[in-house]
Design a protein around this ligand. Structure first.
Ligand code: HEM
Length: 443
């Protein structure tokens, strides 16, 4: 069996710099060269996996052979610790089982009210700012999403610290891609601006999470939220409860994974809606018919079918997690090519979601691709929340929150676009490089 073909290029290193500087373009350029393509990045064996069936093999069928033993995940471990996103094996499984009940349908239904309240507050803020001109929605949405996840999962009010946490998260997220792909990475202890920024961000987010856990420890009367569940869980073998350090890692992981992703999705959706007023009008009409003037409750969110289609299509065009990386821990075969142990595997969600063979007219924003009677996309062709056992635990949480927010915002405001399409910054997540501003006229 042969190794995957090399993507054309001059010399052994020709894709190293494009991978650092413009990975989205590189992903799209690699796609026509086959289902699995080898990049020229020096001595590392790095394969871009483009075909849905090969993606499914990595994430689902042979998931035990592809682990998070990559440089990116090492970096993430240094910031988030060993929580649900970064851990592996039995430890991960145990933690996932503890956390899962907080994300079941019944528990989620209880969060709709919290989401609605924060969405209303954001709408009020937008209304006040809109009187002065276009509104940059990214930062308010980030704070809203952070406050929602903190209140829903931890019963905590973080409004007074959310600007600080937002800055801390920016410090960690923005340099992430450079950190993980630079051919010669600088160790974290080398004094240089990028590292100062990393440590500053880490210090801030860990300090605020430590405070949250300490407060929870001081309130024994709490019940029902995820932090309480985590505090009450014991190791089946040793009978020991989680240490403070472990609680901090898990809490920080959920807070981190649970807000910036959703906020970016909502911001991109507002930009798309502003550019497609006929679609925004349909969302507004649906919102009015289903929930009138207020925010939707859990049952109503389920009936906002078209708004959900808009979100699904936004996540196709702008997947907040735009790339998933793994390392092959055993030899395997992907799409007929030999993958040897130790190879790095890149799953470019970004370019799979824009593959013209999978998505006709892929650049077009068309929520009807996700209409109830449209064909269901292949599981390896649409994966904003990944697939398989490491699939996002917060997928339904994120969908509820974003659907609720888009319905309320479209119902309240006629949106108008500002400037050209947003410039993208593929960092740890896919972010708008210069914010996203939209005009918001009260309807
Ligand atoms: C639109 C919003 C979101 C997107 C696009 C998203 C996407 C993803 C993706 C692609 C993964 C898999 C990463 C990998 O395997 O390398 C993931 C994992 C995860 N996400 Fe999300 N996510 C979102 C929202 C949330 C929310 C709201 C929460 C929690 C409240 C959350 C918590 C997590 C956790 C804990 C994991 C690790 C799960 C595990 O491995 O067991 N995410 N997410």
């Amino acid at each position: 069996m042969s190794a995957p073909p090399l993507m054309p290029g001059d010399g052994k290193w020709s894709h190293a710099l494009p991978l650092v500087r413009d990975p989205l373009t590189l992903c799209e350029q690699a796609r026509p060269h086959g289902p699995v393509v080898a990049l020229r990045v020096g001595w590392a064996r790095m394969y871009m996996v483009n075909a849905p069936e090969a993606v499914r093999r990595v994430l689902v069928e042979n998931v035990g052979s592809y682990l998070k033993t990559t440089r990116g995940y090492d970096k993430l471990r240094l910031s988030l610790g060993n929580g649900l996103v970064t851990s592996e094996g039995d430890f991960w499984l145990r933690q996932r089982r503890i956390a899962q009940p907080a994300f079941r349908k019944k528990a989620l239904a209880g969060f709709a009210g919290i989401m609605g309240r924060h969405v209303e507050r954001a709408a009020g803020l937008f209304a006040a700012r809109a009187a002065e001109g276009p509104v940059d929605v990214v930062s308010p949405l980030n704070r809203m999403a952070l406050e929602i996840v903190a209140e829903a999962l931890f019963g905590a009010d973080v409004a007074d610290v959310s600007p600080r946490v937002e800055q801390g998260v920016n410090d960690l997220v923005e340099p992430f891609w450079l950190y993980t792909t630079a051919p010669y990475p600088w160790p974290e202890w080398v004094p240089r601006p990028l590292n100062w920024r990393f440590w500053r961000g880490r210090r801030v987010v860990r300090r605020e999470t430590r405070r949250l856990v300490a407060e929870a420890r001081r309130s024994p009367e709490r019940e029902g939220d995820l932090l309480t569940m985590l505090m009450g869980a014991t190791d089946p073998e040793t009978g020991e409860a989680m240490s403070d350090a472990q609680l901090i890692d898990e809490s920080l992981t959920l807070l981190g994974a649970g807000h910036e992703t959703t906020a970016n999705a909502m911001a991109f959706a507002l930009d798309l809606l502003a550019r497609h007023p006929e679609i925004a009008d349909r969302v507004a009409a649906e919102a009015e018919a289903v929930c009138g003037d207020g925010p939707p409750d859990a049952a109503q969110i389920g009936r906002l079918v078209y708004t959900r289609q808009v979100l699904d299509e936004t996540l196709r065009l702008y997947p907040p997690v735009w790339m998933i990386a793994r390392r092959a821990e055993a030899d395997d075969t992907l799409a007929g090519y030999a993958i040897d142990q130790g190879a790095f595997i890149l799953l470019p969600i970004w370019s799979i979601h824009r593959d013209p063979d999978l998505w006709p007219d892929p650049e077009r924003f068309d929520p009807d691709r996700f209409a109830p009677d449209a064909p269901t996309p292949d599981r390896g062709a649409y994966l904003p929340f990944s697939r398989g056992r490491r699939q996002c635990i917060g997928d339904r949480f994120a969908i509820m929150e974003a659907v609720s927010a888009l319905a309320v915002f479209c119902r309240r405001f006629a949106l108008t676009p500002v400037g050209a399409l947003p410039r993208l910054k593929p960092a740890l997540t896919l972010r708008p490089a210069d914010g996203i501003s939209v005009g918001m006229r009260p309807r």
